[in-house]
Design a protein around this ligand. Structure first.
Ligand SMILES: Cc1cc2nc3c(=O)[nH]c(=O)nc-3n(C[C@H](O)[C@H](O)[C@H](O)COP(=O)(O)OP(=O)(O)OC[C@H]3O[C@@H](n4cnc5c(N)ncnc54)[C@H](O)[C@@H]3O)c2cc1C
Length: 455
């Protein structure tokens, strides 16, 4: 029996390649963000420069280092939160995976800056006062305004740094790590008073106003995009599970239906964070990509059982409520520049490529890497789309040893590989091998668009 929604997704509609909405260079937003963040950091350093006539002696050098690292840490904290604020311009222009990488990388710097700030300030003042660092530290903690809150903030941030270190993260479930990580919001709020009360470079005037605006603006944007928008969308679209269908071993497609779906403006290649309203899955919002272009009456996601959340999706019943945050992601036609396109997917990484295969303009070749014949996903519908579009589909089956060198295998399947733009999605090891193979075949780095399923 063919159920109506599944049937419509499999029919895949007439080929309807869509042109990219903007013709900006693919990395324009990312570069603009990097320039803006660097300019902000330079402006912060200028605050110290403007307030410093001369630096003489070890004590002044140390407190100077403390002021600079304190200012940079105070600036980095809201910037790192803004990267995670789900701002549509960043989610679509930079991409959630790259934002998460920048956030993690910046988080390590923030922890380093804070540690140096604390040590150099205490040591510098201890030298100036001619006392030991321990006594000076206790004095600062007990008598300077807002210091207790700032100390708690520092401890929370250092603790977050510890639980985010690779070794610790491997031992924690994603949800435990995520909820512990939320302590950073409290830490940033607690640290703000200290910056205004004791920051000698943030006295009354434009600097203080700008600093306050940065923190207030960040709080408003976070509140709007992370709390208000998902709830408003939830009420407007009222998504529910319409159907769950097996697709392959451990893989199911889940169809969501709801009201006013076209207003979501979801693009092929994008993903949503889905929270299913069951007792087991409430509180966990996991990311899943659209595995078919958004239909006016349903959205399709295809999920492989890799853990508790993804395995429970197979047992969802029609009518289950769903909170969907999104659409997010920059792995879309907006990155498309070249006529010849290779869509290269492995395992469940084929999901966003399946949606893009239907709509991306140009001459398309799709290569699906799977361990065995049973693991191939969407075979029939990919063939249907390929027939309609005059596109090519290849399957690369077998173990790594059977496939041999990935570059050679790809060159055999895709003539003129170097002229292609590539959309790549698969497990980390496959993606790393694929990037190496593609670079070796002469595909420039800027023409390889990669979506990572690990945020
Ligand atoms: C942008 C994006 C798109 C994705 N699209 C698909 C898709 O279309 N189909 C599909 O089957 N899978 C997809 N995934 C992967 C999917 O989100 C994870 O497999 C799923 O969340 C695992 O959760 P779990 O509780 O079942 O397993 P766990 O055992 O909890 O986790 C397994 C792995 O998934 C990671 N993970 C768990 N929860 C999250 C989370 N909330 N956010 C990010 N990573 C998490 C864990 O760090 C771990 O590496 C996507 C991931 C991302 C980041």
């Amino acid at each position: 029996m063919t159920a109506p929604l599944a049937h419509r997704a499999r029919q895949a509609g007439p080929a309807r390649p869509a042109g990219p909405a903007h013709r900006l260079p693919p990395d324009a937003t990312a570069r603009a963000v990097q320039v803006a963040v660097a300019a902000g950091a330079a402006a912060v350093l200028a605050l110290w420069w403007q307030d410093t006539e001369h630096v003489t002696g070890a004590a002044q050098w140390l407190t100077g280092a403390g002021r600079i690292t304190g200012l940079l840490a105070g600036y980095a904290a809201p910037v790192l939160l803004l990267l995670m604020a789900r701002l549509p311009v960043l989610e679509r222009g930079v991409g959630a995976d790259r934002l998460a990488r920048w956030h993690a990388w910046g988080g390590r710097y923030l922890v380093g800056l804070l540690a140096v700030h604390v040590l150099t300030v205490i040591w510098g003042y201890a030298l100036a006062d001619g006392r030991g660092p321990l006594g000076e530290g206790v004095d600062i903690l007990l008598h300077w305004p807002e210091m207790l809150k700032a100390t708690l903030a520092t401890l929370l941030l250092l603790g977050t740094g510890l639980v985010s270190a690779r070794a610790a993260r491997r031992r924690l479930s994603h949800e435990t790590w995520y909820y512990l990580h939320l302590a950073t919001y409290l830490a940033v709020a607690l640290g703000f008073g200290h910056q205004l009360a004791t920051g000698t470079d943030l006295g009354p005037g434009p600097a203080r106003l700008g600093w306050t605006a940065l923190y207030l603006g960040t709080a408003l944007l976070l509140g709007w995009y992370r709390l208000a928008v998902p709830r408003l969308r939830d009420r407007r679209h009222r998504l529910t599970v319409a159907e769950v269908r097996p697709e392959g071993p451990g893989v199911v497609s889940v169809y969501l239906t709801g009201r006013r779906l076209p207003e979501l403006r979801a693009e092929p290649g994008q993903f949503f964070r889905l929270e299913f309203r069951t007792r087991e899955l409430r509180w966990a919002a996991n990311p899943y990509s659209l595995s078919a272009p958004a239909h006016p009456h349903f959205l399709r996601f295809t999920v492989k059982d890799l853990g508790t959340h993804s395995a429970a999706v197979a047992a969802l019943r029609p009518g289950t409520g769903v909170r969907a945050e999104g659409p997010y992601g920059a792995f879309t036609a907006r990155r498309h520049r070249t006529r010849q396109v290779l869509l290269l997917g492995a395992g469940v990484g084929i999901t966003p490529l399946r949606a893009l295969f239907e709509t991306l303009p140009g001459e398309l070749t799709l290569v699906q890497r799977a361990r065995s014949d049973q693991d191939v996903l969407f075979r029939a519908e990919l063939a249907l789309v390929a027939g309609r579009r005059g596109a090519r589909v290849h399957e690369l089956l077998g173990s790594r040893a059977e496939i041999g060198d990935l570059g050679t295998a790809l060159a055999r399947l895709v003539p003129d590989l170097a002229r292609h733009e590539v959309y790549l999605c698969g497990p980390p090891r496959f993606s790393a091998d694929a990037v190496r193979a593609l670079r070796g075949a002469g595909v420039p780095r800027g023409r390889i668009h990669h979506e990572s399923f690990a945020l």
